[in-house]
Structures are given as C-alpha cells and as structure tokens.
Design a protein around this ligand. Structure first.
Ligand SMILES: *Cc1c(COP(=O)(O)O)cnc(C)c1O
Length: 460
C-alpha cells in the first residue's frame, strides 16, 4: 500500500501501468534494447525489491520482475525502467484484501466485513498471532479450557448467562444448537420469523439441514403464545425466537415475548442476531442477551461482528447444561474459533469502546461540522463538493428501520468508481444523482485520508 502511494506520487499515474511506459502503441524493441534488459538477479538487488521480498515473499517479487522484463521485451517499457516497473507491479500487501473507508452510511456492511475492530482488539490479535496459552494452563502445565479468559469476559458482561461458548459465526451457533438439541426432533418457530439473512441464506434451510424438523406456528404478522403452546408436544426440542434483523413488519402485528414462552415447559432459544449484550439506549427495539436470558431463555445466540463490534464469531450464552451439551457435541470441534478470534473478542468485551459503538453514538452536529470542514477544504481546490445532511443505518446487522441522522460529502455521481478504485478505496452510496460519502461510519482520524482520496478521484 505504502509502496503504491509512493509510486503514485513519483510516477504521477493511475492504474496498473508502469513508469517509463513507452506510449500506448508498443513498438518492437531492437536487438540492442533487448540486450539492455537487466537479468533477474541484478533487478532483485534493488533495495526496494529486497525490502519487498521480506514483506511479500521472494516468489511474489520474482513474479513482478518477470512481468516487468516481459514488458521490456514487448517494448512497452524501456529496459532501464524494469526495476521501477517491477516495483509498480508488486502486490500492495501479502493479502489481496484492501483496507477501505466505509462511507456508505451503513455502519455494519457485510460486504465490507461488518464491524471494524477496536485498537485494543487489533493489538490483541497481533499479540496472539504467535504461540499462546490458548489451551494450556501455564501454572500447572496441563491442558486448559480453550479461550477460557474470553469466555469469562463474556459471562462477566452477561451476568444471567451461567455458561458461554463461541463458534465461527451466528449461523454456526444456530446450526450447533439445532444439531445438538433438536436433530431428529422438532423446532417450533413463528411464520413471521422465517428469515433470510442475506445472499440467499435462509435460516429455515439452515435449521432443516441439521436434521431437525421445523414446526411453523402463527402467521406472517401475528403469532401468539397460544399458537406455540398448541404446537408443543413430546417431539418438541425447543421453541426458537428469531430476531428479524433486516426487515420490519408493522401494522396489525403480534409476537409472543420470551417471558410468555418460557413457562411452556420446553427450552426457549433466542437468536438475537446483532449481539447486543445489554439494552442499548439508542436502540430500544433491539433485543439483547441479558434481557432475554433474564426473561427465561435457555440459550441466546448472536453474532460477534454486528453491534457488539467485535470479530466474526457466534456467541452462545445460557444455562449451564444447555451450553455444555453444545460445547461437547462433536460438531463443536468443526465450528471452533481460532486464537485470533478469541483474542479480538476478549479485547472487544473488556477494552475501551468499539468503532461501531462510536459510530452509533456520533453526534449529528459534529458530523456536519466535519463534513463542512472537509467540503471547505476540498472546495478551495476547485472540487465540486457540498456538505449535506444525510441518513445512516445500522445495516443488515441489526436495528431494521432505524435511521441515524448523519452528514455527508456530496460529490458528482460519476466519481464513485474512481473513489472505489483509488489508492485509498472509498465506498460511498449513490443518492439522487450524487455520490454521498457519509461520515457516520468514518472515524474522525480518517478525515485527511478521505480528503486525499477525494482529491485523487477528482484528479487534483
Ligand atoms: C446476522 C444474523 C444471523 C447470522 O449470523 P452470522 O454471524 O452472519 O452468521 C443469524 N440470525 C440473525 C437474526 C441475524 O441477524
């Protein structure tokens, strides 16, 4: 990434071309030019490429050099530009994942990897990257429960949970619950809660894939406790409540509360989706783990990378015996999280606020001040930009129907592609013929990077 920016400045170009580019129409180089193409080992002695080999691996660097030599042979670049060209062709980092600025105004954007980790969580991931005591008690020298400190942190934050378990994501949490508690038996669920969570994944399909049978009750808009009671029988494994986290039904509606279902004599499992551990003052409609367990749920499942603001994982919180059944099921091993996830989760739970929490709580007036400052700065460079009020959302991760007042930079719509593909990719949203860069999910410390990205997209 740094490499790319450096090259960009010195070469003053965009895209995948290379410095010393010999015009658009490649011409056949003469035998003399071909002889001047440097050998691979000579090019590899360039200090920039040696540094890159330490960062990216020798193979990636060699491949860039070979492609640069190829371009020189084709006459696309001068032989003297092979090293510069190889530098320009290097991958930006060892991973193809590009860091982006989320200016969509959707706080938890699944396509952008949902929650952004806190600084504490990032540090924890870094520290856990080497050998750690994830499954070893250093005092006794014997094996210990995997991720025990993260699990303890989880229980601390949710006092009504007697036990906790963590798997790979929210869907895995549901699959484990359905497999371990209901395979070959029935799960009673409301017709109003048979949801698709996105990209074609439908919770009913997921549940049925475990060998459990779904017993649908009620109607799309109304389901009462009596509907559940009428369906419960000897074959019922549990009643499932699913939070419709990406849509809302309004009007003539009715849903049974956990408190009404808990006395029916079968365990109530609640998929709260968003991962709020306790009620959030700004999101009164959003279910939280503590309240649901206190109301009598036997088990709550949730995602770690939605409103909790942590790494991708699935949380399972609830009664001791229920959680034990899950964590001891053979499938639990296949859904086990790695040490990096456990580290990030624990730091999210115990550390300072998360970027998601900060974005949620951001003051609209200060967002507008930031937008106005940036607009003035960029406007002074002759860029067509305005500061405008806007509406942000939490996203598929939770709080459907909730809009958060926000502020944005309004730019020409046609700049959206250049913003996405620039040196610092920015993803905005198109609205009424303009490209809006919404600031609610952009941390303030990224304002200068954002301004730089806009300048670059505007060609300034
Ligand atoms: C997001 C969500 C899921 C799926 O969780 P992942 O972590 O994406 O696997 C399941 N149920 C509900 C209600 C959700 O909101």
């Amino acid at each position: 990434m740094d490499q790319w920016v450096t090259t960009e400045r010195s070469g003053g170009r965009t895209g995948d071309g290379a410095p010393g580019e010999a015009g658009n129409a490649p011409r056949e180089p003469g035998p003399d030019a071909r002889r001047r193409i440097p050998r691979t080992d000579a090019v590899l002695r360039d200090p920039r490429l040696r540094e890159a080999a330490r960062r990216l691996g020798a193979d990636a660097v060699k491949s860039a050099v070979h492609r640069a030599q190829e371009r020189a042979r084709d006459g696309a670049v001068e032989p003297e530009a092979v090293a510069d060209t190889a530098v320009a062709l290097l991958p930006r980092s060892a991973s193809g994942l590009r860091p982006v600025i989320n200016a969509t105004g959707v706080l938890l954007h699944t396509n952008l990897g949902r929650a952004s980790l806190s600084a504490a969580a990032r540090r924890a991931v870094q520290e856990a990257a080497g050998p750690t005591d994830v499954e070893l008690d250093l005092h006794t020298g014997v094996r210990a429960r995997r991720g025990r400190t993260a699990l303890a942190a989880l229980r601390e934050r949710v006092p009504s949970a007697a036990a906790a378990h963590v798997v790979n994501n929210g869907a895995a949490a549901l699959v484990l619950a359905a497999t371990a508690l209901a395979a070959g038996r029935e799960i009673v669920v409301s017709r109003g809660e048979m949801v698709e969570i996105g990209d074609g994944f439908r919770l009913p399909d997921l549940l049925v894939s475990t060998g459990a049978r779904l017993r649908e009750v009620g109607t799309t808009n109304r389901t009462t406790a009596a509907d559940y009671a009428g369906a419960i029988g000897p074959d019922t494994a549990f009643v499932l409540k699913v939070h419709p986290s990406n849509f809302r039904i309004t009007g003539f509606t009715r849903a049974a509360e956990v408190g009404e279902l808990a006395p029916l004599g079968v365990p109530v499992v609640v998929d709260i989706g968003s991962g709020l551990l306790a009620p959030h003052p700004l999101l009164p409609e959003e279910p939280d783990a503590e309240s649901r367990l206190r109301a009598g749920a036997a088990l709550v499942t949730a995602s770690g990378d939605k409103l909790l603001g942590g790494p991708q994982c699935g949380l399972l919180l609830g009664r001791e015996e229920t959680v034990r059944t899950l964590s001891r099921h053979p499938l639990a091993r296949a859904l086990r999280v790695d040490k990096l996830t456990l580290a990030a989760l624990e730091a999210t739970l115990t550390g300072p606020g998360t970027p998601t929490g900060e974005a949620l709580a951001a003051d609209p007036a200060s967002l507008l001040r930031r937008a106005e400052r940036l607009a003035a700065l960029l406007g002074a460079d002759g860029i067509d930009v305005r500061a405008v009020g806007s509406s942000a959302t939490v996203g598929g991760g939770g709080a459907p129907g909730v809009t958060l007042p926000s502020a944005a930079l309004s730019l020409p719509e046609r700049w959206a592609a250049a913003l996405r593909t620039g040196p610092v990719p920015v993803v905005g949203r198109l609205e009424a013929g303009r490209c809006l860069l919404d600031l609610r999910a952009v941390p303030e410390r990224d304002d200068e990077r954002l301004a730089g990205a806009v300048r670059s997209a505007a060609g300034r």
